[in-house]
Design a protein around this ligand. Structure first.
Ligand SMILES: [Zn+2]
Length: 104
């Protein structure tokens, strides 16, 4: 019996696509209520190459990477502008201490 042991595969981002069965929502509309989509484990995503759901232990880190990438993109887009402005925000305090004349 062959057993793959240890870190045989690197964690890398696999192309995912919306699950066709639930259209990416992760749920199927039943007659009376919504059911978890069994095709994609309720994630809404399936492997683009095979069209099959990834096993959960693989799906979760994949979704994590995807989410992190998207969050990073969003962050970049937000900070792309107006970032320099913050740096120029400085105290322009005038007054005491500037010219401290003590006549005697
Ligand atoms: Zn699905």
């Amino acid at each position: 019996m062959k057993k793959s042991h240890g870190p045989a595969f690197r964690k890398e981002l696999k192309p995912l696509m919306e699950c066709a069965a639930c259209r990416g929502t992760g749920v199927i509309r039943g007659v009376f209520h919504q059911l978890d989509c069994t095709r994609c484990h309720g994630s809404g995503w399936v492997c683009q190459a095979t069209g099959e759901a990834l096993p959960l232990e693989e799906l979760v880190p994949q979704l994590n990477m995807k989410l992190r990438n998207m969050a990073a993109d969003l962050n970049r887009a937000r900070h792309g502008q107006g970032d320099a402005q913050l740096q120029y925000e400085q105290n322009n305090r005038r007054g005491a201490g500037g010219s401290n004349f003590t006549g005697d």
